[in-house]
Design a protein around this ligand. Structure first.
Ligand SMILES: Nc1nc2c(ncn2[C@@H]2O[C@H](COP(=O)(O)OP(=O)(O)OP(=O)(O)O)[C@@H](O)[C@H]2O)c(=O)[nH]1
Ligand SMILES: [Mg+2]
Length: 414
């Protein structure tokens, strides 16, 4: 029976799920609010927090392990790019660190589910940027292990939904290239059955190595040198260019307003320029932070890994000690059991032999009885003999007397 077991939280990159051949690891990605956590909760029976407004909800990598078809499946929830609380740089760092640490611990993903709301009436800048980042994290070779999950179908008319799905599947800017390279596109109807059927789609896949994992761990690239890092930097550079152009435009407008002495316009335009300048310096900071944050995150991760290793070693020693203790106790119990068995056998033996001896003793008594009887009989016989002898003697005496009396009577007659 499929059942949810527990919910674990990866604070950044901590605690990677236990390795096992029976383990299936699947990452769930997609724009913020695309329904990733809701999907995982349906499939795994977990209780990951689901957003209830316009604000982004999941702000770290979380996992939900559960059992499906006898396999231990772990769905990995990720924060989406375009988060309302975190920058794309932070999100990329978080996801990249997690994926690199998975790979370093010899754990492979079986698939990635990429969630997309069919209810989005157009694939806006956010959705497109999110999918772009996803493609660069993933690489082309992994696409056969990717399922694009379209959801929120109940929010649109069937024909509209179908038309959108068709459009997304055929547009090179959206899902066409991924589908051409083996990715699947499946609709989800917000039921557990549908979520689990989608999970099963990537079950049978051989585990894969994502492009970002190869780049960071094998090729030891800096995050800014990875395809995703470059894509993000390009996005930021694009944003920067836009801000600079807008600033130039505002500068011209402000100068024009000054020339016409439009004080209110000058004030409004100055405010807008300040805002844009702020955005520009944020973008510049973001571009710089991608390197420093990743390096800091990696150092923190290594420190954490070392402490985890020490903890693991302590646990192993403790486990070995406990195992030894259990072994000793088992042996003691075995010995006691053997002792009890022997004691029982002995008792049994004694009881059996005791009975036999009693029996023999009783037989002895019986036989003794017979002997005594015999002796008694002998006694009786002797007695009988004595009585017989006595009778014979008496008879002889009587006969002699009778004979003497007859002789005497004959003498008298004669
Ligand atoms: N109608 C409909 N609403 C859904 C569906 N899935 C999720 N939602 C709603 O969409 C909103 C966002 O869902 P979440 O699961 O939090 O989305 P998320 O992708 O995890 O969002 P972040 O954590 O912010 O990245 C919530 O209000 C959900 O109730 C669906 O299939 N249909
Ligand atoms: Mg979420």
């Amino acid at each position: 029976m499929d059942r949810s077991t527990q919910r674990e939280v990866y604070h950044g990159t901590r605690q990677v799920p236990p390795r096992s051949t029976n383990n299936v690891l699947i990452a769930v990605m997609g724009a913020t609010g695309s329904g990733k956590s809701s999907f995982i909760n349906l499939a795994a029976g977990s209780t990951l927090q689901v957003g209830n407004g316009l604000l982004s909800c999941t702000d770290r990598v979380e996992v939900a392990p559960f059992e499906l078809d006898g396999r231990m499946v772990t769905l990995i929830d990720t924060p989406g790019f375009d988060d309302t609380n975190m920058s794309d740089t932070e999100i990329l760092n978080m996801i990249a660190l997690f994926l690199a640490s998975l790979y370093e611990q010899d754990q492979r993903l079986h698939g990635i589910l990429y969630l997309h709301r069919i209810s989005d009436f157009r694939m806006g800048g956010g959705s497109r940027r999110n999918f772009n980042m996803f493609r660069h994290l993933c690489g082309t070779d992994c696409l056969p292990n990717v399922v694009i999950v379209t959801n929120m179908w109940e929010q649109v008319a069937v024909e509209t939904g179908n038309a959108r799905a068709q459009e997304l599947a055929n547009d090179e800017l959206f899902f066409k290239l991924a589908l051409d390279h083996g990715a699947k596109m499946i609709s989800h109807d917000r039921t557990t059955d549908s979520a689990q059927a989608i999970v099963r789609e990537v079950f049978r896949n051989p585990p894969m190595i994502l492009r970002i994992q190869t780049e960071l761990v094998i090729e030891k690239k800096n995050i800014t040198e990875t395809a995703a890092g470059i894509a993000l930097d390009e996005e930021l550079a694009e944003q920067r260019k836009k801000y600079v152009e807008e600033l130039e435009e505002l500068q011209k407008e402000t100068e024009e307003a000054s020339r016409t002495h439009d004080a209110q316009a000058v004030e409004e335009l100055t405010k807008a320029r300040e805002e844009l300048s702020n955005n520009l310096s944020k973008v510049d900071q973001e571009r710089g932070r991608l390197v420093s944050d990743y390096a800091r995150g990696r150092d923190a991760l290594h420190a954490e890994m070392e402490s985890l290793q020490r903890e693991l070693q302590r646990e192993r020693t403790e486990t070995a000690r406990t195992a030894e203790e259990i072994y000793r106790m088992r042996r003691a119990v075995e010995q006691q059991k053997r002792g009890i068995r022997e004691l029982r056998q002995e008792t049994h033996h004694i009881q059996r032999h005791g009975r036999a001896r009693d029996g023999r003793a009783r037989d002895g008594h019986v036989r003794n009885g017979h002997v005594q009887d015999g002796r008694a009989r002998e006694g009786y016989a002797e007695e009988g003999h004595a009585r017989e002898n006595f009778v014979v003697v008496v008879l002889n005496v009587v006969l002699e007397i009778a004979y003497e009396a007859k002789r005497f009577a004959a003498r008298l007659r004669g």
